[in-house]
Design a protein around this ligand. Structure first.
Ligand code: ASP
Length: 315
């Protein structure tokens, strides 16, 4: 299927990213705050450079997310949270708003960059969602880089897990009182110069998760969605809540069926359909507008576009 965008001038591009939403109660240290801004800036620059040189929204969101997967500050790829058994199980998804092609992987243990796997599923398999051992085997056959499970481990995340385990809690990463400076499922949404939209999301999930738990991030329509006629959306927060209301698809549906603006659709989903403290989302519209909404105290986020806008924020 080839979906033509609804409108918006050619030549304009926008990119928004997030690194997780949460309470950030103990994030006070200037150095830590600066490190988050730097991590976001690096991802933003990577995606912006692709869009500014006429590249696709799909390439831009993949590259921005990949930059954060390789940065141990964020809860995805290297730096992912620990599950109840002391390992990492990562989830990711990507969607091309121009064709509605999408790909996702869940429960990944050795794939260095889960977002790459998601894109391979989209482009090199007849399926949209692979999980567990089968997904790992597909990654191997695709020649993606596989690493030892402890590649993803960072000491502070281990402390966060031990604390959660002591309290018998399952914790959304950025609400952790144990290691408040380590946070962030990540996502990116973009509109390219040709009006194509794309969304990508990647996560280690929630600390101390059990039983093969999968959150919203790899679930198309819940944590990630893109349709070039309306918007591209990436969510972060309590995955179960985002799955219950098909949050990302709901932003698209409100624009599509009710004709409301991107901002209105995003605000309604975050403030009316979800509860305070559940999380946030980033979205880009077909015309290049951006909405970054959250019902938590903060959300690590950044935005850039063709006008020279380039900013990152936490609160
Ligand atoms: N939404 C993610 C999940 O539930 C967690 C997060 O955003 O930090 O797996």
């Amino acid at each position: 299927m080839n979906i033509r965008q609804k409108g918006g001038a050619p030549g304009i591009f926008s990119l928004a990213i997030h690194g997780g939403a949460g309470a950030f109660a103990a994030l006070k240290d200037e150095m830590e705050i600066a490190a988050y801004h730097q991590g976001l800036e690096m991802a933003l620059r990577t995606g912006r450079d692709i869009l500014a040189s006429g590249g696709s929204a799909l390439d831009a969101v993949e590259a921005a997310v990949l930059s954060m997967e390789d940065n141990p500050l964020f809860n995805c790829g290297k730096g992912s949270v620990f599950n109840s058994e002391g390992f990492h199980e990562m989830d990711a998804s990507i969607m091309d708003g121009n064709t509605l092609a999408c790909g996702a992987g869940a429960g990944l243990k050795t794939v260095r960059n889960p977002i790459r796997l998601a894109r391979r599923v989209m482009e090199h398999s007849p399926h949209v969602f692979l999980a567990g051992a089968g997904a790992e085997e597909f990654a191997r056959l695709q020649g993606l880089e596989l690493v030892a499970p402890d590649y993803f481990s960072v000491e502070k995340r281990r402390a966060q897990w031990l604390e959660a385990r002591r309290n018998d809690q399952i914790q959304v990463d950025h609400d952790s009182p144990a290691v408040p400076e380590k946070m962030g499922t990540v996502g990116a949404v973009a509109r390219d110069c040709q009006g194509r939209l794309a969304a990508a999301t990647s996560t280690g999930g929630v600390t101390n998760k059990k039983f093969g738990r999968v959150g919203d991030s790899p679930v198309i329509g819940a944590g990630n969605y893109a349709d070039s006629r309306t918007c591209a959306v990436s969510c972060t927060g309590k995955g179960e809540e985002f799955i219950r209301i098909a949050a990302a698809f709901d932003v698209h549906a409100r624009m599509c069926y009710q004709g409301v603006s991107l901002q209105q659709a995003a605000e309604t989903v975050i403030h009316d359909c979800l509860k305070t403290g559940d999380g946030g989302l980033i979205a880009v519209g077909h015309d290049g507008t951006m909405a970054l909404s959250f019902n938590t105290r903060g959300m690590l986020r950044g935005q850039t576009d063709h006008t020279g806008l380039f900013r990152t924020d936490i609160f």
